[in-house]
Write a protein that binds this ligand. Structure first.
Ligand code: SIN
Length: 309
């Protein structure tokens, strides 16, 4: 029998698969559906102070090898999620509250109220690429450190950080040092690859409306970038920092690759939007088959064990 349960910062998850913040997790109904599905956790949409409708549509476009989105943080506002968390916690799996903000001061304010609602973990999102005029905080090491030290003071549950993809080891090193100084309990790697552009050559037009068509890329096309970031931070923290791998998980074998690179759990975005919550059961079956084919009975047997040539 293959065991796909996992733990992150002392919290036990019945399955290593969960939704990425953003995918089918804005409304109460969507969150309850995650709770009733085979997902190993319920991850809320990244919340802001005020409720937001998000960017104008069309703002998501799926294509065979991935997706592009510029949702613009549509969410119910942090007070609504604080009120929902106790109900979500009755569904028998960990609740991860994803905290965002439109300016630095928003984050500690939201984090304090959300922390008081007692989610099992809090994920601080430093990497939304889709708010016009607002750069991704995770690309500014100083601002990231300042903000993380402030939120750490008000968060008493395990605190994670969702980072954008980095493309140079120098940036992994700098951000690794920041993370090490801020009392971070887990990482989520990566958010979408920001500010890509997908073109419809037939109609000679962009495929999403916000930001002139620029948006965050997800799905299969970003898997090598996600794996590289998981591996780089796994090495920096010598396997001691729990990592949620996000990016390009469409089949069970994709999750296996994330685990080999060092992930303790994986999140799904594009495939969840395309397939719905049934994706969780399929992925579990596929990953269990992959592990047993390799003679592993649990994730710990192969986590981080990627070989180098
Ligand atoms: C969005 O709402 O635009 C996506 C969320 C994110 O990238 O963090």
């Amino acid at each position: 029998m293959t065991d796909l349960s996992t733990s992150i910062a002392g919290v036990r998850f019945p399955s290593c698969f969960m939704n990425a913040s953003g995918a089918l997790c804005v409304t109460r109904d969507e969150l309850l559906a995650l709770g009733l599905s085979r997902a190993g956790a319920i991850v809320t949409k990244s919340m802001t102070v005020e409720p937001r409708d998000g960017n104008p549509a069309p703002r998501y476009f799926g294509f065979p090898s991935g997706s592009i989105n510029s949702m613009g943080l549509p969410n119910l506002g942090y007070k609504a999620y604080a009120a929902l968390i106790p109900e979500l916690k009755t569904l028998g799996k960990p609740v991860i509250a994803s905290v965002a903000g439109l300016c630095e001061d928003d984050f500690p304010m939201i984090a304090a109220t959300i922390n008081a609602a007692k989610p099992d973990l809090i994920e601080v999102n430093l990497s939304c690429p889709n708010i016009p005029g607002k750069p991704q905080i995770g690309y500014d090491a100083e601002a990231s450190e300042r903000l993380l030290k402030r939120v750490r003071k008000v968060i008493t549950v395990p605190m994670g950080v969702k980072l954008p993809p980095y493309f140079d080891p120098a940036h992994h090193t700098v951000m690794g040092a920041v993370i090490g100084r801020c009392g971070v309990d887990f990482l989520n790697l990566i958010n979408s690859v920001g500010n890509g552009l997908v073109v419809d050559p037939e109609r000679e037009v962009v495929v999403i409306k916000p930001k002139g068509g620029f948006g965050g890329l997800g799905g299969t096309i970003i898997k090598p970038v996600a794996l590289a970031n998981v591996r780089a931070f796994w090495k920096i923290f010598e396997g001691r920092m729990p990592i949620i791998g996000t990016g390009g998980v469409v089949k069970g074998v994709d999750a296996f690759e994330h685990v080999l690179c060092g992930a303790s759990a994986v999140q799904i975005g594009t495939v969840l939007v395309e397939e719905g919550v049934d994706a969780f059961g399929r992925l579990e079956t596929e990953l269990a088959a992959q592990l047993s084919k390799k003679g592993y009975t649990r994730l710990e047997d192969c986590r981080g064990k990627l070989k180098e040539l």
